[in-house]
Design a binder for this molecule. Structure first.
Ligand code: ADP
Ligand code: MG
Length: 243
């Protein structure tokens, strides 16, 4: 479980998050919906300990990581896979080398085991035919699938997705959302997905939190958003393209 306890974050004196408290359970798909610039990527960075809260605590499985050193964060980060908005692929490496890179660098596994895990992930992501291609030769949707295929390679409990459908056409977006759902169903992997796209949320999330002006203004199932009387939620539902 990832827990935020009254988290405040400011960048150069400007408050981005002002008192965020939430509990994100394992094994479920939780979406954080918010406008561009509302602090969604910042929340992902806080979960990974890439930045520290100005005030408040971030706990992972009951351990307060808010003031952890890089060394202390290492085992914590192992429990989380991350799919960055820009995918963070290595352009000069093939798809399969991208998938296996962190395993080779970080775990003392026999080569056969690395190959097995990479093969499983290629298969899962539907990229076996592209295994030897470079990322640049793939479509945007396929590059996203490489990044998603790579994320569970350490067998984490939770995967964090930053705007997983950004820049993708509707068909590719749907494929990516299907992959997210499948990871959750097949491997009981939890997911945190931050997005400004309401259809992402409706199609996969068990729970949605809405982030607006530094605060969480809604926390319930996607269906319950209709009943929320906060003006931002209402105007957003009326015109989802406004963000
Ligand atoms: P989102 O992902 O919701 O679009 P971000 O979390 O990237 O928003 O950013 C939230 C706000 O914080 C934005 O106004 C952004 O300009 C600012 N911000 C993000 N990172 C930094 C940083 N490292 N230094 C200063 N300001 C930042
Ligand atoms: Mg962002």
């Amino acid at each position: 479980m990832i827990e935020f306890k009254d988290v405040f974050l400011s960048f150069s004196g400007r408050m981005i998050l002002s008192g965020i408290s939430m509990q994100i359970p394992d094994g479920r798909i939780t979406a954080i919906l918010g406008p561009s610039g509302s602090g969604k990527s910042t929340i992902i960075k806080l979960m990974l300990g890439l930045i520290q809260p100005t005030y408040g605590n971030v706990c992972v499985d009951g351990v307060d990581i808010s003031r952890f050193s890089e060394e202390q964060l290492f085992p914590i980060r192992r429990t989380m896979g991350i799919v960055f908005q820009g995918n963070a692929l290595f352009d000069s490496m093939s798809v399969s080398d991208n998938m296996g890179f962190f395993l080779r660098e970080n775990l003392d596994l026999p080569p056969g085991e690395i190959e097995r895990r990479v093969h499983d992930q290629l298969q899962f992501a539907g990229l076996e035919l592209q295994a030897h291609q470079l990322p640049d030769s793939l479509s945007g949707g396929m590059r996203k699938r490489v990044a998603i295929g790579r994320a569970p390679i350490f067998e984490p409990k939770m995967i964090l997705f930053d705007e997983p459908t950004a820049g993708l056409d509707p068909v590719s977006s749907k494929k990516i959302l299907d992959v997210i759902k499948q990871l959750n169903q097949d491997k009981q992997l939890g997911a945190v997905m931050v997005t400004h796209v309401i259809s992402d949320v409706i199609s996969v999330a068990d729970t949605v939190l809405v982030l607006y002006q530094g605060k969480l203004i809604f926390h319930d199932t996607p269906e319950k958003m209709q009943e929320c009387d906060h003006p931002f939620v209402q105007s957003f539902l009326a015109d989802p393209e406004q963000l």
